[in-house]
Design a protein around this ligand. Sequence first.
Ligand SMILES: NC(=O)c1ccc[n+]([C@@H]2O[C@H](COP(=O)([O-])OP(=O)(O)OC[C@H]3O[C@@H](n4cnc5c(N)ncnc54)[C@H](O)[C@@H]3O)[C@@H](O)[C@H]2O)c1
Length: 340
Amino acid sequence: MKKKILVTGGTGYIGSHTVVELQAAGYEVVIVDNLSNSNENVLDGIENISGIRPVFEKLDCNDKEGLYTLFQTYQGIQGIIHFAASKAVGESVHKPLLYYRNNIVTLLNLLDLMPEFQVKGIVFSSSCTVYGQPDILPVTEDAPVKPALSPYGNTKQINEEIIRDAIYAGLPFKSIILRYFNPIGAHPSAEIGELPNGVPQNLVPFVTQTAIGIRKELSVFGDDYDTPDGSCIRDYINVVDLAKAHVIAMDRMLEDKSDKKLEVFNLGTGRGVSVLELINAFEKGTGVKVPYKIVGRREGDIEKVWANPEHANKVLGWTAHETVEDTVVTAWNWQKKLSK
Ligand SMILES: NC(=O)c1ccc[n+]([C@@H]2O[C@H](COP(=O)([O-])OP(=O)(O)OC[C@H]3O[C@@H](n4cnc5c(N)ncnc54)[C@H](O)[C@@H]3O)[C@@H](O)[C@H]2O)c1
């Protein structure tokens, strides 16, 4: 029988790509999403790729009674992947309470309900933001968690602590915390991809929107950092590679492949790419010019961060395969489809 998985935030960017991979691996998926940052049409894209339309319930994970009813309706949910969260760093500085409620109460509600419905494990979406500016690069999972630079970053740290404390207290479930580096790109079919709301906060949607003419010019924040070309460096990871790691993590928990109740993994490529290198890769891969200008540094930006992904490579048997050069082309194909 197919194992049933609850995916919160499953119509979102990373969630939708993960639903495709879960279905391909034989899981039955139930999505909950309040559509605050996504669109129900994403279900069509998922169905076009996998031939399966996942069950969808429009529900806010802050609504504990609604979640209770959901677990009663879809009996036998064995695992949860918790993507649902607010994720705009800048917005979190101006609306901290919204971020603390949406990113923390939602997790508490799920953890509270898991024992009653015998849910075996939860995969949690964390971020490399917990490392701040690491002292040593590439950064391993043992690196210290640094004081958060935004309420958003703080919610990820608090979420990790809540999960750690719950496991330590002996609550009857497992958890895998995945610290993502910088997810980019879209499904190669261009059926699903990133759907930024308003002005994109992330580099790649800004690049593709500028390339297609929605935005006049891309701003590169700072060229005086201590990096080879002066622009910031990140570890850009293909979203489909990232999605696949969630399937492996879920298999690992549900099949008790590890006796550890809590594990933490970095999900990155291990390769640092600067903002200017990424723009260059985009122009080379697509043949389309991206007008940009160098402006001052942006407050809160980390200078350089990239992962040491060896722990995930060895223990999960997962590696990011796609290159930045190929991945930016998938983002461009998705942008062209959106703009049709
Ligand atoms: N994209 C990144 O760069 C990145 C990096 C590190 C970590 N993350 C984390 O990964 C997760 C997924 O990110 P994403 O990029 O796919 O974001 P996204 O905004 O595309 O997806 C999140 C989804 O959750 C939904 N949602 C938000 N609050 C909800 C609530 N209370 N109840 C139900 N649904 C709710 C939104 O409508 C959206 O569909 C988030 O937890 C995010 O913090 C993302």
